[in-house]
Write a new protein. Structure first.
Length: 182
């Protein structure tokens, strides 16, 4: 069995997902739920990359589907921790719209539809990380955007590395935030 770059990038994404899941134990309620949901979603393309490196289209399709929902979950959880909790109906609508974007992206094969929830997530996270100066949260949000931009060129391996770093940075930055808002 040959080890390909997709195996290593998938392993890095799986390690990032597991690390984010474990770090999220120190968060509370709504925030922990969304951070762990995003970590579980990113585990699916990691498994696809490790199990079947010979099928890059499968990894791309699972990544397109996972990134839209995970970005919405990361945006909702981070916004709730940095600003205020979001009403459940608005959170549900945001996740349904992100699911629609992921389905549209997977069906058409165009990554731009999955990038829409990523841009909204970064728009929800980045402005609120400037005030208390949270460099890890800001870095994590920009790595989420970089991973989405890497998908535009079908760069699944690069996107996996960016998403792994984004998961770890966002979760660690939100855990280190001292005043518990939620």
């Amino acid at each position: 069995m040959t080890v390909s770059p997709a195996n290593w990038c998938g392993l890095a994404l799986m390690v990032g997902a597991i690390g984010a899941w474990v770090q999220a134990r120190d968060l509370t309620g709504f925030v922990r739920l969304h951070m762990r949901f995003a970590a579980a979603l990113f585990a699916a393309p990691a498994i696809a990359m490790m199990a079947m490196p010979g099928f890059p289209q499968l990894a791309l399709a699972s990544m397109l589907m996972a990134v839209s929902l995970a970005a919405a979950a990361l945006g909702l959880g981070s916004f709730a921790r940095l600003s205020r909790p979001i009403p459940q109906t608005i959170a549900a609508i945001a996740l349904v719209v992100a699911l629609g974007c992921g389905l549209a992206s997977t069906i058409t094969g165009e990554a731009i539809y999955s990038l829409i929830p990523v841009m909204f997530a970064v728009a929800c996270i980045a402005p609120f990380s400037f005030w208390p100066m949270l460099p890890l949260v800001l870095l994590g949000s920009f790595m989420l955007l970089d991973g989405g931009l890497a998908l535009l060129d079908s760069g699944v391996n690069a996107a996996a590395l960016f998403f792994a770093a984004s998961l770890l940075a966002l979760t660690r930055g939100l855990v280190r935030l001292k005043p518990a808002i939620t």
